[in-house]
Design a protein around this ligand. Structure first.
Ligand code: ZN
Length: 246
């Protein structure tokens, strides 16, 4: 291992160890959306020593992002998020190979990833990413946060589970936005941190999280967990998640 001191606090965990660290080193994660969720998630993945981090976003840093999107500095306002994020993550851990994509190229890059994190904030992007993950048989870690509510779920259709579309049918409803409804930084940061946690666990072989929806009431600090059922008529995954792998 090239940098034991850097990773010693996680290598000492029985569940990670030297083998787990090597698995992380050999892994590629793709983060869609470098806002409040993706800022935190990407920072933890880079810090943990993933071999490759693929970043996808089409936006530029705005002043109103700085309240919660902790990868960016005042001087980054106006800069492409992919560029500003890559610079910060490279400064954090130069051993991580970082590649950036706009949104469409990011979807193509799914095939190169071992795990995908959906940190976007709108239904069209979420449906597109989900469909591409189902087609490429890649695990998807989905996070969302608005007001005082957070959600986290892992989808693994290759392992026989449901997909994002099984949970949210496309009924044409527009998602509420944080611009209109509001968000506190730590609410979205908590969900982003959990997306990174789930991804790291998955990559070292701890894969018990798929197919459940975790909902967080950030005012009462209470979590609830629901099992997500695969929709036999799902237009995205029906016939592809036969459950024969479990
Ligand atoms: Zn489905």
């Amino acid at each position: 291992m090239s940098d034991f001191a850097r990773y010693s606090r996680q290598v000492v965990l029985r569940e990670v160890g030297v083998n787990g660290q090597q698995l992380l080193r050999d892994s590629t994660a793709l983060v869609f959306g470098l806002g409040g969720l993706g800022s935190i998630a990407a920072a933890y993945l880079a810090g943990a020593g993933l071999g490759r981090l693929l970043l996808s976003d089409r936006d530029r840093v705005e002043r109103s992002n700085l309240q919660r999107q902790v990868l960016y500095r005042q001087t980054d306002v106006g800069r492409a998020k992919t560029e500003a994020a890559a610079a910060q993550l490279c400064a954090l851990n130069p051993d991580v190979e970082i590649e950036t994509f706009d949104a469409d190229a990011g979807v193509e890059a799914i095939r190169a990833a071992d795990i995908v994190l959906d940190c976007t904030d709108n239904f069209p992007a979420r449906y597109t990413i989900n469909a591409a993950c189902v087609a490429a048989r890649k695990p998807l870690v989905s996070g969302a946060a608005i007001r005082f509510e957070g959600q986290l779920a892992v989808f693994d259709t290759a392992g026989g589970g449901p997909c994002y579309r099984c949970l949210y049918a496309d009924d044409g409803e527009a998602a509420e936005t944080c611009e209109e409804a509001g968000i506190l930084g730590p609410v979205v940061g908590t969900v982003g941190a959990l997306q990174a946690l789930v991804a790291l666990k998955w990559l070292v072989g701890l894969r018990e999280d798929a197919g459940r929806l975790h909902s967080w009431d950030a005012r009462r600090l209470q979590w609830r967990t629901h099992t997500i059922s695969a929709d036999p008529d799902c237009p995205v995954c029906a016939g592809k998640n036969l459950g024969i792998h479990r």
